[in-house]
Ligand binder design. Structure first.
Ligand SMILES: Cc1cc2nc3c(=O)[nH]c(=O)nc-3n(C[C@H](O)[C@H](O)[C@H](O)COP(=O)(O)OP(=O)(O)OC[C@H]3O[C@@H](n4cnc5c(N)ncnc54)[C@H](O)[C@@H]3O)c2cc1C
Length: 372
């Protein structure tokens, strides 16, 4: 597959406004930095091949090739990728209550994985200030608690993986958005010499994500509306309501999603992955069931951790009701369809970042249904 270096990253990702600010290209070389939720180029680099473009989730992505290499078979589970089991779960320990976004499964599993020595540390995301996300390396419960909740702006979490500090022996876990999980898959399979501890990443927990907002423009909007009040918890209600509930200072405010759609990163519109398909475990909300998570278990190590968490009473689980599973599959497939449509509108379906066979494209188009 054609790859490239910083020039390709600039021409094919930055200039096309496809960067999602995942941070996969930062802290690998002196030329790229993150600033205010954006990745900025500081200088030129003539390398024909670079990790920056190689790892970029909007660089070249051949879903079938990645799937073959990571899961040992062709990409054919078009709804949500490879899934071993699906459940609905929540954390049992009351210590997570009131802090976590939904059921706290992500934080509780991260906590258990560290406690049990499955991993020594994890790369999570916290807020630098207001809603500016940054990667945070944690190795204990207190730090995990500082990272609970969803930040709906995108930020360079993976920079922390690249930067460390690491001693060189730690087994690492990561929680990330689908774009980040895709970047990790590209890091794992890249033939370039690794300058990031991806080979010691032993656990990837992927979040569900429909889109993320651009930090700078969204913050501009919030500042106009709420002045310099501190932004607290942000949540998004499911359809048909579709409202962002946001705590500014001490007050809870409703913002209809239509008012903030223009702040969605363009790179999210071409993303086909709602459920972090290259993770060990994927976690999202359960629509209409407050305080619960939908959990997709994808790999053996993901399964081991979830079973251990159930056995130790760290999480409690039950089957996800059939209607909720069908709805999740529809939403996931719809994100793929929209990505294909967006690439087509941009004239990038043939020579864009995403390689999907004609048969898969047709299957996605024919099987997806537009939401009411
Ligand atoms: C931008 C975004 C969009 C989302 N869209 C959907 C959606 O469409 N449908 C759905 O079902 N769920 C979505 N989610 C996931 C959902 O909000 C919860 O993160 C998930 O259900 C886990 O809940 P929890 O209670 O286990 O999380 P917690 O235990 O509270 O843990 C939250 C974890 O999320 C990580 N995190 C928070 N913000 C970010 C970020 N910006 N980038 C990377 N990691 C982050 C933190 O490090 C923490 O580990 C989205 C999350 C984000 C951040």
């Amino acid at each position: 597959m054609m790859n490239g270096g910083l020039r390709a990253l600039e021409e094919r990702v930055f200039d096309r406004d496809l960067c999602v600010s995942c941070g996969a290209c930062v802290s690998l070389c002196p030329y790229l930095r993150s600033w205010q939720g954006r990745i900025v180029k500081l200088d030129e680099c003539d390398l024909a091949e670079g990790r920056c473009f190689n790892y970029c989730p909007r660089g070249k992505v051949d879903l079938n090739e990645l799937h073959q290499r990571l899961f040992g078979g062709p990409y054919k589970e078009i709804e949500m990728g490879m899934v071993r089991s699906v459940l609905m779960a929540r954390a049992c320990d009351s210590v997570w209550a009131g802090r976590v976004q939904n059921g706290g499964v992500v934080s509780a599993l991260t906590d258990l994985a560290i406690k049990e020595g499955v991993i020594d540390a994890a790369v999570l995301t916290d807020r630098e200030v207001n809603l500016l996300p940054r990667g945070h390396i944690v190795s204990g419960r207190e730090d995990i608690m500082a990272c609970t909740g969803s930040i709906y702006t995108s930020g360079p979490t993976l920079e922390a993986l690249n930067r460390g500090p690491w001693t060189g022996d730690e087994r690492i876990g990561i929680v990330g958005l689908p774009c980040m999980v895709l970047a990790l898959a590209k890091m794992r399979t890249s033939s370039l010499e690794k300058r990031t501890p991806i080979d010691r990443v032993d656990l990837v927990i992927g979040l569900f994500c429909t889109w993320a907002l651009d930090y700078k423009s969204f913050m501009g909007f919030l500042q106009k509306r709420f002045g310099d009040r501190t932004i607290g918890k942000v949540d998004i209600t499911p359809p048909p309501e579709r409202i962002m509930k946001i705590t500014a200072g001490d007050e809870l405010h409703d913002i209809p999603l239509d008012e903030i759609r223009s702040f969605i990163r363009p790179g999210c519109h071409v993303c086909p992955d709602m459920t972090s398909e290259f993770s060990d475990i994927s976690v999202g909300t359960v629509e209409g069931e407050e305080g619960w998570n939908t959990v997709l278990v994808r790999t053996e190590r993901g399964e081991e951790l979830v079973k251990r968490a159930e056995a130790k009473g760290v999480i409690e689980s039950q089957p996800l009701p059939g209607d909720k599973l069908s709805h999740l599959k529809e939403a996931s497939l719809l994100k793929k369809r929209r990505a294909i449509d967006a690439l087509k509108d941009r004239g990038e379906l043939e020579d864009g970042y995403l390689t999907l066979s004609r048969e898969l494209i047709q299957q996605i188009q024919s099987e997806s249904k537009e939401a009411p």
